[in-house]
Write a new protein. Structure first.
Length: 394
């Protein structure tokens, strides 16, 4: 009886179980495949830096010194989970903590940089990679300018600052678990003139490092898993993009001019995309900075019409596309403005985040020959004008 029951169960239910197993198998394999393809690829790295402060102003020469710095970071090797990673040849992304005593200066104190970064590969050959790392984050200086207690520190007027690190480095994979690195970098601290004085600090350094991979690196992801073009990209060949934005900045100049000021900035960038990761174009902007009125009055000039301090400018623009985020660089020439102490040239560095198809947020740093003028934040609107349509033949 038991034998008959077993044969009946085997004959009746096994086909259904087999069909069920075959139905679930693709999803199981898909889940395992996705898990295999998109693993974390996390690793940790420590670096030792050694260098000196670059005195880009005469007042900063009293800080001249050679000193070490130390860095610990957690990083991730990308392998194409997002489109921008494939466009930039699978960069390394991460977060780093940078520390230095700045030569034990009694005026500067100690510096800490907490910075997310992207490390772009420029050249690869077997186990060797040469790349460029860009990091931007928060900087903390333990000593700042004070009229009575620390009046010689004309470099930094605030405890909280922006920290920027740019580094060229070579990386060599020793084995499955260890990677050695060496490079040259520039570490910058500045508050964007939110509080004066603000000459900023620039440290030129060389470094060596060692990275440890707690798990075996995943190398399974490649472009073969994705279509060569985006939907409809073969139909519309080219387009021009227009970005129109408004931003405002704050300048704490109480230590210098006795009061604070709000700056207003209107701009337009016209971009043409030359590759999956780059856009180039031209820009126009108009800024209104009330601190210029005070500066001109100190110089002995009388401002009867406040519109004379408006500063229109024209510039060349470049955008590095990182998914929804873009890094924008502008180099421009002033077309007017009564205040001319900073010269006719200016630079702008911006981070633009596109939170929808047509609207974006923008964080901008205005600079004159390496000296920060002000930090602005704002919103903008963009639209695209396509041209050069191509009709696909079936």
């Amino acid at each position: 009886m038991r034998l008959l029951t077993y044969h009946y169960w085997k004959k009746t239910y096994c086909p259904f179980l087999l069909l069920g197993f075959l139905g679930v198998l693709p999803f199981t394999l898909k889940s395992q495949s996705e898990h295999k393809l998109f693993t974390s690829n996390l690793f940790i790295e420590s670096k030792i830096h050694y260098g000196f402060l670059y005195a880009h102003h005469l007042e900063l020469e009293i800080f001249n010194a050679h000193f070490p710095a130390f860095e610990v970071s957690i990083q991730q090797q990308t392998y194409g989970k997002y489109k921008w990673e494939r466009a930039f040849a699978y960069p390394i992304i991460g977060f780093t903590c940078w520390y230095s005593g700045l030569g034990s200066s009694q005026y500067l104190g100690k510096a800490i940089g907490l910075m997310p970064f992207v490390n772009f590969p420029l050249y690869r050959h077997k186990n060797f990679c040469f790349g460029f790392r860009f990091a931007l984050g928060l900087g903390i200086l333990t000593k700042k300018f004070d009229r009575i207690e620390n009046y010689k520190n004309t470099a930094i007027g605030s405890t909280l600052n922006a920290a920027i690190n740019m580094m060229f480095e070579g990386r060599y994979r020793i084995n499955t678990w260890l990677t050695a690195s060496a490079g040259i970098s520039l570490q910058h601290f500045s508050n964007g003139s939110l509080k004066m004085p603000n000459y900023g600090l620039n440290a030129l350094m060389i470094n060596v490092g060692l990275a440890y991979w707690p798990k075996r690196q995943n190398k399974e992801i490649g472009d073969r898993f994705y279509p060569p073009t985006e939907p409809y990209s073969a139909v519309i060949q080219r387009h021009i993009e227009f970005n129109i934005g408004v931003s405002t900045g704050y300048k704490n100049m109480e230590a210098v001019l006795g009061k604070n000021f709000f700056v207003f900035h209107i701009y337009e960038n016209t971009f043409y995309q030359i590759s999956r990761k780059s856009k180039v174009g031209l820009g126009l902007d108009l800024s209104y900075d009330p601190s210029h009125t005070k500066i001109l009055e100190i110089q002995g000039d009388t401002i009867e019409n406040p519109l004379t301090i408006l500063r229109p400018g024209i510039n060349g623009a470049y955008q590095l596309v990182l998914g929804k985020m873009g890094l924008i660089f502008n180099i421009g020439y002033y077309l007017g403005g009564a205040e001319k102490s900073n010269g006719p040239l200016y630079e702008k560095f911006s981070i633009q985040y596109n939170f929808s198809k047509n609207f974006f947020a923008n964080l901008m740093l205005k600079v004159h020959f390496g000296r920060a003028d002000y930090l602005g934040i704002g919103l903008g609107y963009k639209f695209v004008l396509p041209f050069g349509k191509k009709i696909l033949k079936g």
